[in-house]
Design a protein around this ligand. Structure first.
Ligand SMILES: NC(=O)c1ccc[n+]([C@@H]2O[C@H](COP(=O)([O-])OP(=O)(O)OC[C@H]3O[C@@H](n4cnc5c(N)ncnc54)[C@H](O)[C@@H]3O)[C@@H](O)[C@H]2O)c1
Length: 352
């Protein structure tokens, strides 16, 4: 049995479907809090229905903040649990500032509930956590950038991070946002349970994780929401940086493949890995719009606002070298264009 929290979310549902396809039993924990965060259009109930069709999927609509229930679940299934994938979260930068208590309780305390359950009942099982590149706060914005026609790009004179940002970037003295802080607290706990208690925990610091299974909302799921807006001919708002901010994008199935690698060959010591699409799968918002227009044959309708989101990255490209060195079998299989095609087809199907 694999426990997957956030099992109806983008990454959780991809992980659930992957492990079900391998014949595993999956116990999914998800109470559709995403709907509370971002509204009806972002509810993941449609995926819950889809997953429940598989008899090896057991769904529990429980809140990870509920310490008593989480401990009970781990106690009950302690002889069956092979691995834990923890993806449940309040995932938005901006939303966190509305309700810092909720954000911290879900992201930090919820993670602690799961780690302590791991330590008490299944200390031999690997524990995979989906962290974020926001643990580095806005420090990436201090890198020397040049402005190009459609994107910002790092100056080639900068030797250290020119191929992407690795785990050596500091997490201190930077503006993280409330979300970045609660995720960093969780990320540190995941590391500490690995180091202090010798457990097989890992933290994947994701950039933009994407795919057709994302219930994109304005406050979370940039590419998914952008595709949805263009296909449905709705106006899209770009927050600052002239739309030239750069993100690298990784499809959910490539994220799950990395998780699977770790679960099959887990390491002690609380490792952290940056995980993203890399330079080849990077784009600015303006470039993403052009690509989506080309693939979908639809015209975009967007407005560029002057004000950027507090702490938002101007340029982020992931350096995946550390993970690739430790797990050389892993490689990105779905490029940006293929991800976009899958998302566009998904949106057109919804229109039918
Ligand atoms: N999507 C990205 O671009 C991105 C980037 C970096 C990191 N991450 C991290 O990856 C993880 C997964 O992200 P995602 O895009 O799949 O998010 P998602 O919102 O699609 O999925 C998260 C799921 O967790 C559930 N959930 C939230 N709070 C819960 C709670 N208290 N109890 C039970 N269930 C709860 C939600 O209902 C949702 O279905 C998160 O930890 C997120 O911070 C995502």
């Amino acid at each position: 049995m694999i426990i997957i929290t956030g099992s109806t979310g983008l990454i959780g549902s991809a992980a659930t479907e992957y492990f079900l396809s391998k014949g595993e039993i999956v116990l999914g924990i998800d109470n559709d809090l995403r709907k509370y965060f971002f509204g009806e259009e972002s509810s993941n109930k449609w995926k819950e229905k889809r997953l429940k069709k598989n008899k090896n999927y057991l769904h529990l609509s429980i809140d990870i903040r509920n310490r008593k229930r989480i401990l009970e679940i781990f106690k009950k299934y302690k002889n069956k649990i092979k691995a834990i994938i923890h993806t449940a979260a309040q995932p938005s930068h901006d939303w966190a500032a509305k309700e810092p208590f909720t954000d911290f309780d879900v992201n930090a305390n919820g993670t602690l509930n799961l780690l302590e359950s791991l330590r008490l009942f299944v200390p031999d099982s690997p524990f995979v956590f989906t962290s974020t590149n926001k643990v580095y706060g806005d420090l990436p914005n201090s890198l020397p950038l040049k402005e190009k026609k459609l994107r910002y790009e790092i100056k080639t004179s900068h030797s250290y991070f020119k191929n992407g940002i690795n785990e050596k970037m500091s997490v201190d003295q930077t503006t993280h946002s409330i979300f970045g802080s609660s995720k960093l607290a969780a990320d540190l706990l995941v590391q500490e349970y690995g180091r202090y208690f010798n457990l097989k925990t890992v933290s994947f610091r994701g950039g933009c994780l994407t795919g057709e299974n994302h219930s994109g909302a304005q406050l979370h799921g940039f590419l998914s929401f952008l595709v949805k807006s263009i296909v449905n001919e709705k106006r899209y708002y770009i927050f600052g940086y002239k739309g030239k901010q750069v993100r690298d994008n990784i499809h959910s199935s490539d994220v799950v493949a990395a998780m699977d690698e770790f679960i099959r060959k887990p390491k002690m010591g609380g490792h952290v890995y940056n995980l993203g699409g890399g330079r080849k799968n990077s784009c600015s918002i303006l470039e993403a719009i052009k690509l989506i227009e080309k693939i979908s044959n639809k015209k975009s309708n967007y407005i560029i606002l002057k004000k950027n989101r507090i702490g938002d990255h101007q340029w982020w490209i992931t350096d995946n070298s550390k993970f690739k060195n430790d797990y050389p079998q892993w490689k990105i299989k779905i490029n940006l264009e293929s991800s976009l095609k899958k998302m566009i087809i998904h949106e057109f199907n919804l229109l039918k």
